[in-house]
Design a protein around this ligand. Sequence first.
Ligand code: SF4
Length: 235
Amino acid sequence: MLINFRKTSLVDYPGKVAAVLFFRFCNLNCPWCHNRYMFTDAEDAESDDIVSLEAALTHIEKRKNVLGGVVLSGGEPTLYDKLPQLIREIKTLKSTGVAVKLDTNGTMPEVLESLFSNAGTRPDYIACDLKLSPQRYAQLGGAAESLAKSVELIKSSCIEHEFRSLVLPPDVFSEKDITDLAPLAESSRWVFRPFKPASSLPADWQAKTAATAADVKKAVAFAHGLGANAVDPGL
Ligand code: SF4
C-alpha cells in the first residue's frame, strides 16, 4: 500500500520530533482539503514522499532512537483495516520512546472504541477535527451523531488529546460554528489554525482569502469567551 511519508516533522506531534504517515483515502469531502489531492495518480508519481507502508516502517525502525513519535494522518487513517496491527507494530518500538499519535476526522467512532479497548492499540495522543457546526456535517458527507460519539470516546479515554479547527473564510466558518462546537470541545485543548488557499484546491477555493493571524486570534478569543480552552499555536 502506498502512503505519503514525511520523514521528519516538528509540528505534527506536540513536543516531539515525529515521522508522519498520510493515508490515502477519506470518507469526507471537505472542499478546502489539501491532503486528498496529494495522491492523485500516486502510482505514477515520481515523488520521494510517496512510498510503500513497509518502506516507511523500515525507515521508522532505523530512526527509532531519534524519533519521539509517529503520526498516523490522512486522508482518514481509521479507514485502514490493518490500523490496529500497524499501531501494535509501531508500539513495539516503544522501549525507545516512540509514541503514536492518531489524527482523525471523528467519523468512525466504532474504530476508535475498538482501538481504545486494548492497551496494545491505544494511541498515545489523538487529534480530532471539529470542522463545522455538527448540524452542517452532512454538507461534508459526515454525520453529527458519529462526530459526537467519537468526541465523547476521546474525552473519556484518558488519552492525551486535542481538537482542531481551521479558521476558514467567514462565509464558511463563523462564530455560530464555534458556538455549536464549543460543547463538544468543553475544556479540552482546542487548536485553531488558519486556512491557506493552494493551487491544488478547486478554483473557487483557490480564490478564497487566507485567514490572517488576527482572524485566528479573533476565533480563539471568541472560543475563550464561551469557556473553551482554545489555543493559537501561532504557526
Ligand atoms: S477529513 Fe481531512 S483528509 Fe478528509 S477531506 Fe476533510 S480535510 Fe481532507
